[in-house]
Write a protein that binds this ligand. Structure first.
Ligand code: B16
Ligand code: MG
Length: 219
């Protein structure tokens, strides 16, 4: 049996990617930069400042901005995002996740969260899930974001368990790299095209079945 399940947040527990997109779009519009949902795929799982850099790279006239101005833009985007987060509730938990969390806890296995979002605790509170997690690692606690393994190894270190006894669940290619790099068993949610490097993969969260995951982990 594994000793810990460590979950990504956005795209696994809930789908906040659309809200991130709306917040970035509002900021990009104000800078006269055009972004669409396809471009937003590139922002999944990566940090706030890195996302801003990718957006600014689209505009030749927005190069060489001071760090102070970039910080102000990132804060503005976050204000839009936090406003949008006020609308989410228990109904926004992705299918199958609540049942999976309950089963893991029933088996006495640790449950951790490994998110690139500094809003992770607030999101879990809005979803009514904060009590289901034994430990939460968010971007504020790590020096290197995904694909570096640190977000995942932090949770395992807190639990005091070996990395090869942990299962990491992710929806982003950079997140799967982080789980694999930690020496953990990676479970991915999404397309084979994007997530072929995971040890085990499903198309949707509703297919995340505890027994099937344990079977794949045990091979
Ligand atoms: P924040 P995850 C990530 O969450 C999102 O996928 C990514 O799009 C976002 O830029 C990042 O969090 C930072 O979020 O601006 O709230 O700190 O998938 O790692 O749970
Ligand atoms: Mg994610």
């Amino acid at each position: 049996m594994p000793q810990a399940f460590i979950f990504d947040l956005d795209g696994v527990i809930t789908d906040t990617a659309e809200l991130h997109y709306q917040a970035w779009k509002r900021l990009a519009d104000s800078l006269e930069i055009t972004i669409d949902r396809d471009f937003n795929e590139k922002l999944k799982g990566i940090g706030r400042m890195e996302s801003l850099e990718k957006i600014l790279a689209l505009a030749p006239d927005q190069q060489n901005l001071s760090q102070e101005l970039k910080d102000a833009l990132a804060t503005k985007k976050n204000d839009h995002y936090v406003d949008l987060l006020k609308m989410i509730n228990e109904e926004d938990i992705l299918p199958g996740i609540k049942a999976l969390l309950m089963r893991i806890r029933k088996e006495g296995i640790h449950v951790g969260l490994a998110s690139a979002s500094k809003n992770a605790k607030y999101v879990l509170s809005e979803l009514g899930l904060i009590d289901q997690f034994d430990y939460i690692v968010d971007a504020a606690q790590v020096s290197k974001g995904k694909p570096d393994p640190e977000t995942f190894t932090r949770a395992a270190d807190y639990f005091g368990v070996d990395y090869n006894q942990c299962i990491g669940i992710e929806d982003a290619p950079s997140g799967v790299l982080a789980v694999n790099g930690a020496g953990m068993f990676s479970v991915a949610v999404g397309s084979a095209e994007a997530l072929g490097h995971a040890h085990y993969r499903v198309d949707q969260t509703s297919q995340l079945d505890f027994d099937t995951i344990i079977e794949a982990y045990s091979v």
